[in-house]
Design a protein around this ligand. Sequence first.
Ligand code: ADP
Ligand code: MG
Length: 692
Amino acid sequence: MNDVLSTDIQFVKGVGPKFAQVLSKKGISTIEDALYFIPRTYEDRRRITKCRELVPNQNATLLVKVLSQREIRQARKSRLEVVVGDETGRILLSWFHAFPSLKEDFKEGNTLVCFGEVKFFRGLLQISHPEYEKITEFEEGKPKASLHFGRVVPVYSETEGLKQKTIRRMMGEVIKLSLQSLDDSLPEIMRTRLDLPTLRSSFRAVHFPEECPKENEITKFLQRIIFEEFFILQLGLGLKKQNQQCQTAPVLESSKSKMKDFVKSLPFELTQDQQKALSEIEKDLSRSFAMSRLVQGDVGSGKTVVALASAVIAGGNGYQSALMAPTELLAQQHFQTAEKLLISTGLIPLLLTHSNAGSKEIQEAIRLGTAHVIIGTHALFQKGVKFHKLGLVIVDEQHRFGVEQRNTLIQKGEGAHLLMMTATPIPRTLAFTLYGDLDLTLIRQKPANRIPIKTSILRDRERPKLYSKIRERLQRGEQVYIIYPLIEASEKLDLKSATEMYETLKKEDFPNNQIALLHGKMKADQKEKILLDFKNKKYDILVATTVIEVGIDVPNSTLIAIEHPERLGLSQLHQLRGRVGRGGLQSECILVADLYVTERLRIMERSEDGFEIAEEDLRLRGPGEFLGTRQSGLPGFRVGHILRDAKLLSLARDEALELLEQDPNLNLSENKKIRLLVENRWKEKLERLKGG
Ligand code: ADP
Ligand code: MG
């Protein structure tokens, strides 16, 4: 890295070790870090206002002399009032604490520049707690131009012990020191084509602009810095993808007749989107490098059959497939589906669970290849499990696994194709950032036989209405979920209230029905037993925490009531809602809102489109919350914001893809610099991938 840019911030004039320590809390330890510390806002102090011109409720920059100072003692503390003025008038400055340093700075006769909002109070023009700077240097009788006035000045986010003036002074030094080293890395042709300012002028303009940016304006200079940040990420992801494409994998040709037979044997016709997904996968599998494809499809869009069809292709070529699910229950469900749907193909599915993983027979079946489609949880990839010929790894509900786990998986499937599936549609911008290294397939269409789920919001006081709706369903022999979400912070209390609700329902509201309670604190086998019993209609109502969010398929359940929906993200609500409407019966989702109905929930009434809901959820909660802690692998941007700057992100992606198309390894001389930057920024991650 560039010497100047990597210089420790403490060596910048006026910083030193103590100040540097405070800065490190802001993530600033080098000159480069400081450059990326973007002002929070700006103040236009180009014009000095004369006292005569002051207008209440407006900001003003004053160049004044101290006329008098008065300390006003009150109870325990003392206030400070200072009268200042110029040749046209005077104004009162006031502070709630008469700090000694203040009294010193505002000694009679001192010249200062003050900045703040003018108020009209008790018949006087005043500024309370103005920002100020003592003027000690004069040029031809006038105060010497400064970083702090007579210009547009940057205002940074503050940390304890950091004053604006101090930060600004440091930034002045940082800019002075680094400008020469700020060499443009973006290829010149591209920079000109996109009309992006140089990096040098961008950093200077962002910290010390000529013109005052409007509130929240992303100036073209800031855009330039954000673009570069996104561009480097996208190049990194692009290179990573190329890297994956260097990983060889068996060529798995799809046999037209076998596929036709399989599709014919299904109890339904594939939707167009399912067919499209399948043909994309067919193409991927027929190549000699590893597929890494993510299929995004709403709950109930029919991803499982696409996965099984892929396994049919692998099987047709003599290769095994591994299907990994996030829970044992889901694995079981998949196994049952596979048993049914694979019959005509002659492929043998096998369920690997925690309880049978140790069994010799099972291990042999996997090792010798008598089992073709092995279904299980992540236990699938434990050391003891040896595959005969693993050609395809399928990960279901991959959003349940973190980015880290995803990378580990890619490595596990060494020499195997990787197919991932997720029911949490990720909005485009986020997908670019998280999955820029994957190929994406969308299944937007739902199977035609699906009857839309009716969603409504009820107030808590309308509970009797909810219960009568539930009774109707039960009378028809249908089943019902009641969801009681726990929030981590008060998990114990919530669990208590969930349990209490369950007791009341059982004793008072539905004494003649069978009700079960299911929550995350139960042992896995206990949970599974309850779910299975529910599926087998042993229970009419299942009261559950959000543990049932993923996967459970009980077609006879037609009503889901969700308590405290405000505790959950929209995407999560949508997932939960997907637990009903899985059979041919008209289903219903009722959100039992606490006191008032937040506008946010209304989208659930309006829309059943997981993508639309995800967009909204992302917009409302931001990427971190949206993805939850599991997905904390989201790269942190120093300046860019994937939602606010979505357009720049798209542009950066397009540009990165195009550049890599022209120059896959960034070997051309005009791309050397950007390549260096990408390598520096993503070294770690790219290498980890190569290693795997
Ligand atoms: P998800 O995408 O949520 O994993 P599943 O694969 O579990 O969805 O499919 C949901 C239900 O829809 C299953 O019962 C499945 O048999 C059924 N299904 C899948 N594809 C179709 C189709 N093309 N037509 C009708 N039903 C389908
Ligand atoms: Mg599924």
